[in-house]
Design a protein around this ligand. Structure first.
Ligand SMILES: Nc1ncnc2c1ncn2[C@@H]1O[C@H](COP(=O)(O)OP(=O)(O)OP(=O)(O)O)[C@@H](O)[C@H]1O
Length: 220
């Protein structure tokens, strides 16, 4: 049984007269200690899938289980509680509050989830290689530093599941290497990792690749 299970997910978007079928019956499972890469062309449904898996968006059909608990179609406060206890999330839009420093962003995340401590924060700042930027505000960071800070925030609560959307999208190769090393070390800590990516390099470190096309799984 996976730490993360998605069963027959459907998601439709309606805008004006148009209907987009972003997900059409996606099922997948991620086990402890496993990295699953989700790959597919732009618009194939990767971000929609991650939002549904995180309980940030509700699928129109199917359901998601996190650590055996159904997260779909539950009140938002219950979804938020499961999310903050079990899931680390790194969305494409980033996960840093602009008015807080890197360190304050990590401390806020840990305090909201009632998890983590300064020792873990310092450890993550070292492992992501941005310890020297801990007092910087997000706007003062380079793209690569912001990506690493985002990873530190996502991992600060020691989540069971890490969901990351294009974590190496616009970063230099040194940052990509840091992020891959971090993924490998949290995989060794038995975290279940699902990462949407266009990067063949990152995907080569995954245990499995799930290919999405037009909202459907076409391989894996
Ligand atoms: N809020 C929305 N309203 C209407 N359509 C949407 C919305 N969000 C996504 N879509 C559509 O749903 C489909 C899937 O989009 P999604 O962002 O999940 O793809 P993606 O694989 O993550 O793409 P990319 O690699 O470019 O990030 C696309 O056709 C997109 O235009």
């Amino acid at each position: 049984m996976g730490l993360l299970n998605a069963v027959d997910l459907y998601r439709f978007y309606h805008s004006n007269e148009e209907e987009t079928l972003a997900l059409r019956g996606v099922s997948l499972e991620v086990k402890a200690g496993e990295i699953v890469a989700v790959m597919g062309p732009s618009g194939s449904g990767k971000s929609t899938l991650l939002s549904c898996l995180a309980g940030l968006d509700e699928p129109d059909g199917g359901y998601v289980e996190v650590m055996g608990q159904r997260i779909t179609r539950r009140p938002e406060e219950e979804r938020a509680a499961i999310r903050s206890a079990e899931i680390g999330i790194l969305l494409q839009s980033g996960n840093l509050f602009e008015h807080l420093t890197v360190e304050e962003n990590i401390l806020l995340q840990m305090s909201l989830a009632h998890r983590g401590d300064r020792k873990r924060m310092n450890d993550l700042l070292n492992r992501t290689g941005i310890s020297h930027r801990r007092s910087a505000y997000p706007e003062e960071l380079s793209g690569g530093e912001a990506a690493r800070a985002g990873m530190a925030v996502a991992l600060s609560t020691n989540p069971s599941i890490l969901l990351a959307d294009e974590p190496t999208g616009e970063v230099d190769s040194e940052t990509e290497k840091h992020i891959i090393n971090l993924f490998e070390s949290v995989r060794n800590e038995r975290c279940a990792i699902l990462v949407a990516t266009h990067s063949e390099t990152l995907a080569s470190y995954a245990n499995r690749i799930v290919h999405l096309r037009d909202g459907m799984v076409v391989g894996g």
